[in-house]
Each structure stands twice: as structure tokens, then as C-alpha cells.
Design a protein around this ligand. Sequence first.
Ligand SMILES: Nc1ncnc2c1ncn2[C@@H]1O[C@H](COP(=O)(O)OP(=O)(O)OP(=O)(O)O)[C@@H](O)[C@H]1O
Ligand SMILES: [Zn+2]
Ligand SMILES: [Zn+2]
Length: 848
Amino acid sequence: MQPQVAKVIVDVPVKDTDRPFDYLIPESMRAWIEIGSRVGVPFGHRTVQGFVVGLQDEPSTGGIRLKAIQEVLDVVPPLSPELVKLAEWMSQKYACRFITALQVMVPTALKGKAERYISLGEASEPSPDEDEYAGSLVRISSEPTEEVRTITTYVGQKGEVPLQQLSRIFPDSADNIKSLLRKGILQENQSIKDKLQKKTLKAVDLAVDANEAEAALDGFPAKAQRQREVLQFVLEMKDLLPLPLKEILTSLQVSAATVKGLADKGFISIEDLEVFRDPYRGRRFKPSMPLELNDEQKHAYDRIVDTLDAYSHGVFLLHGVTGSGKTEIYLQTIQHCIEQGRQAIVLVPEIALTPQMVERFKGRFGDQVAVMHSRLSGGERYDEWRKIREGKVTVAIGARSAVFAPFEHIGLIIMDEEHETSYKQEESPKYHARDVAVKRAQQQGAAVILGSATPSLESYYASRSVADEQFAPMLLEMKHRALGNELPAVEIVDMREELKEGNRSMFSRSLHQAIEARLERQEQTVLLLNRRGYSTFVMCRSCGFVAGCPECDISLTYHQKSNNLRCHYCGYAEPAPEVCPDCGSEHIRYFGTGTQRVEEELAKLFPGIRVIRMDVDTTTEKGSHEKLLKQFRDKKADVLLGTQMVAKGLDFPDVTLVGVITADSALNLPDFRAGEKTFQLLTQVAGRAGRHQLPGEVMIQSYTPDHYSIIHASGHDYLAFVRDELKHRRNLHYPPYCRLILVTLTHEQLPLLVRMAENMVSVLQGKARQRGWFGSLDRLTADAFDVLGPVASPIPRIKNRYRFQCMVKWRGNIDAVGLVREATEQLEDTAHNQKLQISIDVDPQMLM
Ligand SMILES: Nc1ncnc2c1ncn2[C@@H]1O[C@H](COP(=O)(O)OP(=O)(O)OP(=O)(O)O)[C@@H](O)[C@H]1O
Ligand SMILES: [Zn+2]
Ligand SMILES: [Zn+2]
């Protein structure tokens, strides 16, 4: 028997709706509804979108009459039961709504909204003699005027008209339409409409056997010669059918009516053909063959393949120095996985999703690869997603959200540069793609490869310790570069010394000389400006005024292109002032994007130098990133200058010098990971030098040359860095020695917010005490739960709302997230009318 009841999670963002609701499945829909189906259901007076997360044979006894599902929105359910299960896990792990987790798994194109449609109702048109009995007043208003007739006839002809369209066509008839609806002459239905439709194309196919058509050619009357030509053409192209109608029209210069006439005779058919918008259409990728693996690679490869062959779950931490050939291992293990008939997902940081990376996968696996990233248009992204869902590809490569690629038999999930913070989503659901990847692989019996030259401390620590961890990856190490060349020599330049010697330029004398030498030898240079924490604000040098956002406590960022100042948090924008708004001074200075200043300086110091600048300003346009890299590769420039973007994944043979303008600009940020991020960035960018025949050289300019992050990065010494960094983390009780939950409260009124935040802390402490967990992390007990704060958030106000936060530090085998969620719900109950907002960030990456 087919199930009669569906459990549906609805998209209604209010209290008490974060649970499945039961709906009857109408007879006609039973064959279509599965777990993971997207449906339109009545909720209150509206139609809303929802996802089926469970099925039940019959209604539970209890007697409330269930409402029925109104529509099934897709032929193929967008989610599989496995993804639904994953979403449920996410909602618990990250304390988010179930619907939020489900929505993040489907492309935006499928975030449908209810639309109102008008059709003819049950009641018939009022006839004049019925009206005879009514009073004269009524009679005047209900007489079917000319206008009312036109409306009903129009709706009758169309069958169903969107309300919006109807009111556009009859702009002055709102009252009439309303009254017709009241009387039941017209009726309103709601239906979910997707943001984007599949793209279709009129295509022509043969409708009869080719021989039959051939035979019929001679029988065409003289006046139908054009039709005959069309049929002949279709027969010639028979191997390429179905043919786009457009192609026939332009090739033969015939009219659509001619082709239609031929279709009416039954020889051909004209149909809507689904087409996929392919972002890489027409692009050829250099085919690549598997390379013979070296010993280190072979060792790692064998381990992974063993797990694949056993069809079991396993996590590997592939720690390989830059250029050690990690990508080749990804490619060959994927190959193995595909041969098993399974599919693979490759996750890369958005910033590293360069054409070079895509090319390596497309070059090996061709059309088998779908690419998902934010630079694609909504339609392209939707179509790439559909290729995956419909089984047309076997490899998906993309940023963070590609971890939800709707494959059904995943064998392998690869996460390249696993330490990157962009794997954490900063808005709800605040998930980390690494945890989701591991969970998903567990559900599917798949392997995970976490690859990096500088693994996150969390992952590395997990691979070295046994107990008390969420996952324990197997460590695979590759200490040598695949092409046998050495890691580049690194020199730390003490910028304080430069200043002492009277050099006030941003280039030290050594870096200056090194660039000069490259220009002479026609080799290339990569320059990194570590822009985290770098100023892009506008400051008056006379009075110190800094332009700030009126809604958020943060300085505005200068955008050169539009010559305006913008707030990165709320989008507020204003034109850049010419004089200081405060004191009227003209000495108001635009710091630009930092990289701009470096570019100017380069031009001054090295006349004629060709520089490609890569930063947010020069890469906003689609494909610009790609274009710039290609220019650099073709040696159209001497220097590639940029932010973090230039540090990742690039592999250019003629780059022999890497310079870091200021290594320490991020070290002073209020972030316990500042040292780790600096080390990672320096190691990554140093790895861009001397990757091929020519030896490489790296220069790191720093004002704190004794910092362990900088010293160990210059020695390519990951283990020494880890040892020092772990010491700090242990002393300060930070991950990986405990875990964090950041609870942020916001409100428009500061005093009330402070009270609520204090309340939050005591509720948390009270609950932890009840459970016997509460206590300082200093004690060596296994289970611990501590709450710090409340304090004002590092950004104390956003969009006119003040922000306070408290930090939970916890350890052990306890449900800390559950407790925080409970406390939040309790507080929200009392605070509901006070418009307090609480956000929970589990394992936060940014402490903003
Ligand atoms: N087994 C091999 N034999 C020959 N060349 C190889 C082999 N493996 C990798 N290479 C080459 O070595 C270079 C570095 O490899 P790859 O880019 O895969 O390293 P990686 O570890 O992914 O680098 P990174 O993390 O620095 O981006 C590439 O040019 C690649 O083609
Ligand atoms: Zn001023
Ligand atoms: Zn703002």
C-alpha cells in the first residue's frame, strides 16, 4: 500500500513551526511523493513550500482532519532521503531550523514563492432576471457590466491567470475582481512558483520512420517545395536529431510556418527540449593522463584505495608540502571511485576555484564534471546542479555548498586546503563543510580526503590523539615536492631595521633588489599584501575624523570604481567626500584597497614595470579573475600583485620570487587563530615560488620578525609551528583543547540588551550546574562547561542593533549545543515581544 500521509517541514519562519506537520497525500499524487519531495501545502490562509521528510501509511488516530498536499513541485525530488537525514543532523549540531538546513541544500532557483492564480469559480454569472428580485441598490452594483463580462470571458479563455497579470491587464477593475471573487464567480488558488525555470528550446525531430519519409519526398506537390526542403534537411541531419528549430530556420531561410506545416502533415514533431546552460560551453580543456606516482604519493594512494575497495568509511588527512602532488592523488583516487560506479565531490575554497583548478579536473574527466560556484549565474548553477541530480555527471567540484551535491552513491569526498576558513558558513545554517563532509561520508560509507600543506590545528590534533574527538583522521604525509625540486629559500626582512636606516618605502632594499633582478632575467614575481586588518577607510589627516556607518559601529570602506563609501555589514553607501565633513580640511585621504598604493609605488620605483593587480576591486566582473591569470601566465606582466587570492593553488613555471609586503598585519587582530592564519598564508604563498625548473626565493617583510608564526613559516616547519601554537591554545583554553559556542544577542536598546545578555549567562550557568557540568576548564575533569561574558561584540552595533556576546567553552561527552538551544528558547519566550534576536554559532571561526 502506498503511504497516505506525508510529514512536511514547512517554510514558515515563526515560532513553533520547526517540526514536521502531517498532510494527506491525495490519491493522484501517491506515486510522486517521496522523502525529499518538494511540495506546496496549505498553511493558515497561505500556500507555502515545504519538504517531505517522512511518510506514514495512514493518519494517526487522533481525529483531527488533515489538510491535503496541494501540489508536488518537481518530477525528480530535489533531495534524497540521505540528504534529509543529513539536514536533520545539521539542525541539531548547529542549533538551526530544520527548514534552513534543507533549503541550503537546494539551489536558490528552487526557493519558490506562492503565487495567486485566478480561475472561473463554481457560481455562474449573475443573470439580469435574478437581479429583478434584488433591491435597486444591489442591482446597480451587481449588474454584469461590459467590464465584468470582459474579465470573466478573459479568465474563461485562459483557464488560469496569475492575479498580478490580471490586475495589470485590467488596471482599474480591482473592485470588480474582488467582488467577483466574493461571489464565487471567480476563484483564487495559490501555487508555488520557482524563481527560475528550466531552459527549453524548440527542437525538431522525425515523427515517422526515416525510410517512410524518404519515400514521401517525391510525393510533395509543387507548392510545398519549401516543406520538402525542410524534410530533406532533417533527413540529412538524422544523426543529430533533435535539431534546434532555429538552426533549420537560419540554414534554409524558411519561415516557422513552413516547418509547422510539415509538422501538421505528421512527418516531423516540434517539441520543447530541455537544455542545460553550460558555463564552460565551447571551452576546450587540455586532456591530461594519470602521472606515474612517486613513492610518497603511492603510499597515500594505496591507503585511500584500500578504504574505497572495502566500501567503508574512512577519513584521511593528507598533509603534503606545497607542490607535493596532492592534486594528482585526488585525480587518481577519483578515477578509482568512478570505476567502482560511485561518484565524487571535490571541495575547494571559493577563492581557489580558479580556472586552473577546474581545468585540471575537466582535463582528466571531461564532461563528467559539474562545477558549482558563486560566480555562475543562477541559471547556470541550477543546471549544473540538475546534471548531478539527474546522474549526468560523476564528479562535482565546487565551493562549500557543493558538499550537498545530490549524488546518490558517493565514494569519495575531497576537501582541498581543508584549513581554509571559507568552509565555514557565517550565516545560518552556520555549518562547517568539513564536519558535514565527514558526516555525509559516514552515512554513505564513503572516504574523505582532507588535503593541505598546513592542516588546521583541529584536524591535525584529531589525527594525533585517540580519545575525545569527533573524528580521527588517518595522517598521510608527503614531505617532498613531486618534481624533486627544493622548497624555496625564505628570507625574513626586519622592517624596523629598514626604518632605522632611513628607508621609508614599503619595499625593503632586499626586496627591491630581488624584483630588479627578476626584471632583468625576465622572470616573474608574485607580491602578496596581507590585507586582513588592513585599512581601506577614509581618514582626515587634520582632525583624525574617520568615516563610519551611521547604523553600524564600523568604518566605511572606500570603493574606487564607484567613488563611494560603503558599509560591508549593512550595505549603506554614500559618495566619497572631497573635504572633511567634520573640520572642512582638504587633507582627507582615501587609503584605497592597499594594493592600489603598492601598485603606485611599484610604478614609481620601477618605471615601465608591468603589474597585474588582483583584488576585490579588479575581480568583481565575471571571468576577470580568469583573464588576469591568463595574462600573467602568458607573461604579459612581470608582477602579479594581490591579496589572499594570489596565495592559493597557482602553478606558474616562471615565478621565481615571492614577496610578502607586510607579514604581520593580521597578527594583532583579536582572534585566537591569528597566528595560525598568518602561518598558513605565508606557507601557501611561499609555495608559489620555484615550482618547476627555476629555483625560487621568498622574502617576508615583517615588523615582528621574531614571531613564531613567521619564523616557522620561513623554515617550512609545520610541526614546530604546531608545537608552539598548541602550547598557547592549551594555556588559554582554546580549541582544539575545548570547543566553543558563540552566543550573540542583538537589540535596538542597549540597557535592555545588557540585561538580557546577563540573563542569558545565568540561565546557561544554571542549566549547566543542574547537569553537574559547570566548572572551570582548568580542572582536568573530562566534562566541563564554562561561560564567559557577556561582553560587547567586536563590532558592537550592526544595522542599528547593539550586539553583545557570550562565549561557551566546553569539553567532553556532553550535549552542550542542546543546552544552549534550550536556554535560548527559554529566553526567547520571555523576550519574544521585546524583539531580542539571539544567534548561536557552534565552533565559530570568526568571533565577530
Ligand atoms: N607523480 C608525478 N610525476 C610527475 N609530476 C608530478 C607528479 N605529481 C605531481 N606532479 C606535478 O607536480 C606539480 C605540483 O603538483 P600539484 O599541483 O598536484 O601539487 P599540490 O600538492 O596539489 O600543490 P599545492 O598544494 O601547492 O597547490 C604539478 O606540476 C604536477 O603536475
Ligand atoms: Zn577633519
Ligand atoms: Zn552599516
